[in-house]
Design a binder for this molecule. Structure first.
Ligand code: SF4
Length: 317
């Protein structure tokens, strides 16, 4: 019954897509059924690049609000739809504009690099935006003595600081999903599956990163499982990515890293999971909710994002 409903929604979505010239962009943390109806599935960097270069009249974003806002900033002439406006992000919300302005005033003379996982009012205060795919390379592309502020994720910030050795002050924000993985539970799984490689997103806490065989952005983790010879992986990031890993290499085994609280299911991003096929269908049908941003804010927010894209292009990312 449920399956039929889903199949109908998928069919109706395809029809609406053709009628209205829509592109559906989906993040890797969406459920498998949504990834399968999307025109493009990727991480934040790839999705930004796709949002900036497509021929659609409407972009429907199957992801969270800061991603849809980034799409609107990069394609202001297009209608950008987000099926549920409550799809926020705990990391973006851990950096409020008023507090961040104060922080910048207290630490003047630094280049402000912020992760794409921020609300638009933080983007306008930034010099360069980055994603977990390009953060290290973007910082390494700057002159070695350039002083930097990195926000909002403390774990990614400290990872970058250790990798690059640069003078970086890190904002104290975090993602509730990536901080939730349990070191003890991962070690127990590793003990039970000694052949498994532990692959970890840099937003995870230091003790989890320390036992990783590989650390990388969501797309880097996917690429790693495609190229690597191991047959089993313990994956410490949002488990939506397992859908693409299984599609790419169905014979390998992928074990989602467990959260500290084994009863809560909180290694899944509850914001990402607010998006459903039914909501996508209704959103396309009614062409709302729509992302609306003041044109002046768009112009200001475009600058640091375009700077990221230029540097990424130059570095071949
Ligand atoms: S996984 Fe974390 S950073 Fe990503 S959208 Fe969810 S809360 Fe935000």
């Amino acid at each position: 019954m449920v399956k039929n409903e889903h199949m109908d929604y998928a069919y109706e979505i395809q029809k609406l897509k053709r009628q209205k010239n829509v592109i559906i962009l989906a993040h890797y943390y969406q459920t498998g059924d949504i990834q399968d109806i999307a025109d493009f599935v990727g991480d934040s960097l790839a999705l930004s690049q796709k949002a900036a270069s497509n021929d659609a009249d409407i972009i429907l974003f199957a992801g969270v609000r800061f991603m849809a806002e980034t799409a609107k900033i990069l394609s202001p002439g297009k209608k950008v739809l987000l099926p549920d406006m409550n799809a926020g992000c705990s990391l973006a919300d851990s950096c409020k504009a008023e507090d961040f302005k104060k922080f910048l005033d207290e630490n003047p003379g630094r280049t402000v690099i912020t992760y794409v996982n921020t609300n638009v009012d933080i983007k306008v205060l930034s010099d360069i935006i980055c994603t977990s795919s390009n953060a290290v390379k973007i910082i390494e592309s700057l002159p070695p003595d350039e002083k930097i502020i990195f926000a909002p994720d403390r774990n990614l910030g400290n990872y970058i600081l250790n990798k690059t050795g640069r003078d970086i002050i890190v904002w104290n924000g975090s993602c509730h999903v990536h901080e939730e993985f349990s070191l003890e539970a991962i070690l127990k799984l590793k003990n039970e599956n000694p052949e498994a490689k532990v692959i970890v997103h840099p937003e995870c806490e230091l003790p989890v990163r320390m036992i990783a065989d590989f650390i990388g952005s969501t797309s880097a983790l996917l690429q790693f499982t495609k190229k690597d010879n191991a047959k089993c992986y313990i994956v410490a990031t949002e488990p939506g990515i397992l859908h693409q890993m299984m599609k790419a290499n169905p014979l390998k085994k992928y074990i989602p890293a467990p959260p500290k609280d084994s009863t809560c299911g909180c290694s899944e991003c509850s914001f990402m999971k607010l998006i459903t096929l039914e909501k996508i269908f209704k959103c396309l049908r009614d062409e709302k909710p729509e992302i609306v941003i003041d044109p002046e804010i768009i112009l200001k927010a475009q600058k640091p994002i375009l700077r990221m894209m230029k540097i990424s292009e130059k570095l071949g990312l």
